[in-house]
Every structure is written in C-alpha cells, then in structure tokens.
Design a protein around this ligand. Structure first.
Ligand code: ADP
Ligand code: ASP
Ligand code: MG
Length: 410
C-alpha cells in the first residue's frame, strides 16, 4: 500500500464527464489498495472568468476580496468530485483550504503556504475515505480569511499536501502526457522527457513553461517529493507514467540543452541618453526595487557623447507602475526619453549540461541572426541563457533553437 496525492488541472475537470473520468483514475489507485488524497483545480476558464469579474467590479480591488471570489472555483470542483466518487461507491469527502487547514501568510493573491496539518485527512484514510482537497486556496490563520496561492497554484497545493502527508508520490495529471522539451502546442516536434532535473524544471517554470507552478517545483525539491507530470486523458485502466522530476544524478541521458521556454510576460523599457556617471543605475533601479518591481534583463549601451542607453525588462503586470515611477524620477535620473514595448518575448534555453560546455549561447545568437531575428537583450547564468526579441518571432525563434540543440523528435 502506498500513499498518493493525485492532482487534476482545469481541463481535466472541465465538465461532469471529465470529472467522472478523473474519478476512474482515482478508483484505479483505490482498487490497488492505496490511500489517496486528490487535489483539484477549478474548471478550465473558471478562474479567468472570476478574475475578470473582480477587475470589472473595481480595478483597484481589495486583495482579500479578490481571494474570496477566485477561491470559489476550486470549492465547486472538489465538491463535485466527492459526489461522483461517492456515486461510484468510493467513500470521499471534500476539503477546502481552511478546513484542512492549509495555513498561508497574508500575501493575498500570491500567498505562500506556511504549514499544513494532515491529521484530518489521515483520519479519513483510516475510514478508507478519499480526501478531495480544493487546490489553489488556503487560510491566513491570523485573520481567518481565505487566501490564494497565485495562478497555477494548485500544483503547489498538491506538492505541499504530499509533503505534509509524507506521501510516496505526487502525480500531477494535466492535458499533456508529461514535460516536453518545449511547449508541444508551439512546437509539434517537441519530445516528451522521461525525466527532468529539479533545477532544470525550476528554470523552465520560472522562464515561462506553465506546466508546473514554480513554487511547486521548489517545494518538491526541498521536501524530496517524488513528483510525476502525466496525462489525465490516458485510459484510466492503462495509464502511462509521464515525466519524473528528479535529482540531476538520476538522469542517465544528458544533453547540453534540455528545454526551451518562452515568456510574453515581460515588457521592455529603454531610457535614452542617461548620463554615464556613477550613481545613475542606483537612481533608476532603487525606486523600482522599493516598489517591489522585479527587474530582469539589463543592458547598457554607451555612446560617444558621454551618455548611455539603459534597457531592462519588468513583468508586464508591473509595466504601467514602473513607467510612472521612472517618469516621476526623470529629473533625478536625467534621461532624455523613455521608450517602451510590450511586444517582446523572452526565449530561454535551459540545461544542466551548460555548466560544462562553452559557446552554447553564441551558437544561438548566430542561428537567430541567420533567421533575421534581432536580439534586444541577453542574460546568461550557470544553466540557462535568455534572449529578448520581438514577439512576432516567438514561434520561429523557439523552433530554431529547438532544432539547433538537437531536441526535435526523430
Ligand atoms: P493544468 O490546467 O492541468 O494545470 P496548465 O495549462 O497549467 O494545465 O499546464 C499544462 C500546459 O502547459 C500544457 O497544455 C502545455 O501547453 C503547457 N506547456 C508549456 N510548456 C510545456 C512543456 N515544456 N511541457 C509540457 N507542457 C508545457
Ligand atoms: N485555478 C487556478 C488558476 O487557474 C489554480 C490552478 O489551476 O492551478 O490559476
Ligand atoms: Mg496549471
């Protein structure tokens, strides 16, 4: 007997028929004699609809009330799955975040899980009961208010519940049959990976591959949760194992580049003719940091008139705020014009093999140049590099790098 956490994403619970299919997956594991806690997302599209309503009601909403609204999608699916399981003769009980409880901090809208008490779920196992946990939500124990974990947060709920229950495995069921070398919806030649290292998955997720929420990967790595990504659309009687997220040492076939990710969630700001003197960078980046705006890629290009152009990126969601802060500090910074673009994409290549290979990024610059793709900014670190380009070239650039590093399906 094993203890399992099974997580099902939005497309997997999109309607009652799919929820029945999820129940068949659960039944398979129960029939094998396992203890099962299920974590569910809201029906696909539901959270977007709820977020839309909140914004329509008031763009400057109270984040506590945002959470009150958007947490409701998971309440519905957890109840529905419990009902369907019961109808199949499997004892089941739904649990909302506050009932478990899944305690978080008070950062409403992107709360972090602080503590989970697994006792009530484990008591249920004693009664042969399946626990159906509403993903994405928790409770701030100080205020007693519902909190949510940020978009895609049900993955993190699942891994955190698995860690709290000391589960043998956490299976993340989704609409693809594993983690691919890049988004299979953009590159049909993308290959499914049998295994991917935690560090690589962490970078892939941070750099735009939304198959797992970044925090879920961190959590799996820290707590050593055995995590698979697999398909809920497989035959429940005969499912495939999917992709295991594992330690680097457990990967046999190693490639220099493991995957390509892309993110349109970045906006470019260029300050022209900034005085080329000490203190200017601080004048630009300190007010942004104080406003909690994450600056990612930075490049500085000096010209011969003792001024310089500084280009950097900020998350698209923070773009308006960043621009307002910089315009306000214009005199202090001393730039001539602020140019901005949200029509950009950050393309990244990731692989632990980059630690021991040089020239990996240079190959990409050459290949992109050959396709006439202009690079606006570059960043590199130990196991990844990123380039910022025009969004119109997203698919071409991703496919070019995917082929360049030998990732195409044979
Ligand atoms: P869920 O609703 O099950 O949480 P998501 O939509 O959040 O599912 O994540 C699954 C999607 O992630 C896939 O449909 C796929 O388009 C996308 N994706 C992006 N990059 C990758 C990748 N490298 N491997 C697999 N899927 C990816
Ligand atoms: N329903 C939430 C979202 O769409 C959480 C999740 O699906 O993981 O972001
Ligand atoms: Mg998701």
């Amino acid at each position: 007997m094993a203890r399992l956490v099974m997580k099902f994403g939005g497309t997997s619970v999109a309607n009652i028929e799919r929820i029945r299919n999820v129940a068949r997956h659960v039944k398979r594991e129960i029939d094998e004699g396992h203890e099962v806690a299920v974590v569910v997302s809201a029906m696909s599209g539901k959270t977007n609809e709820l977020v839309g309503w909140v914004n329509e009601a008031n763009k400057h909403y109270d984040p506590r009330e945002y959470d009150a609204v958007v947490a409701s999608g998971e309440q519905v699916t957890s109840g529905l799955l419990a009902i369907v399981l019961q109808e199949m003769g499997i004892p089941a009980r739904s649990w909302q975040g506050w009932q478990i409880p899944i305690e978080t901090n008070d950062a409403h809208g992107s709360a972090r899980i602080a503590r989970i008490d697994g006792a009530r779920v484990i008591e249920g196992f004693g009664r042969r009961e399946v626990a159906v946990v509403a993903g994405f939500q928790g409770v701030d124990p100080l205020s007693g208010r519902v909190s949510t974990l940020g978009r895609g947060g049900s993955d993190t709920s699942a891994v955190a519940v698995a860690a709290a229950l000391h589960a043998d495995r956490c299976d993340i069921y989704t609409d693809v049959d594993g983690v691919y070398t890049t988004d299979p919806r953009i590159v049909p030649k993308a290959r499914r990976l049998d295994r991917i290292a935690f560090e690589e998955m962490l970078e892939m997720a941070s750099l735009g591959a939304k198959v797992l929420q970044v925090r879920s990967v961190e959590m799996a790595m820290v707590h050593g949760v055995q995590t698979f990504v697999r398909s809920s659309f497989d035959d429940p009687a005969n499912p495939r194992p999917g992709t295991l997220i594992c330690n680097e040492e457990d990967i046999v076939e190693e490639q220099v580049v493991t995957g390509i990710a892309f993110s349109k969630d970045e906006a470019q700001i260029t300050l022209r003719k900034v005085a080329d003197k000490p203190g200017v960078a601080a004048a630009i980046f300190q007010p942004l940091a104080q406003a909690n705006i994450n600056v990612d890629m930075i490049i500085q290009v000096a010209s011969d008139d003792s001024t310089t152009d500084i280009t950097f990126t900020v998350p698209t969601a923070e773009f308006d705020r960043a621009r307002a802060i910089l315009e306000k500090a214009k005199d202090e910074i001393g730039f001539s014009t602020l140019q901005a673009s949200t029509d950009v994409v950050k393309i990244s290549a990731i692989g632990v093999g980059m630690r021991s290979h040089t020239g990996v990024a240079a190959d990409a610059f050459r290949a992109l140049a050959r396709k006439g793709i202009n690079i606006r900014a570059i960043t590199t670190s130990e196991i990844k590099f990123s380039v910022l380009i025009d969004a119109a070239y997203t698919e071409l650039a991703v496919r070019t790098l995917h082929s360049l590093y030998g990732l195409d399906k044979a």
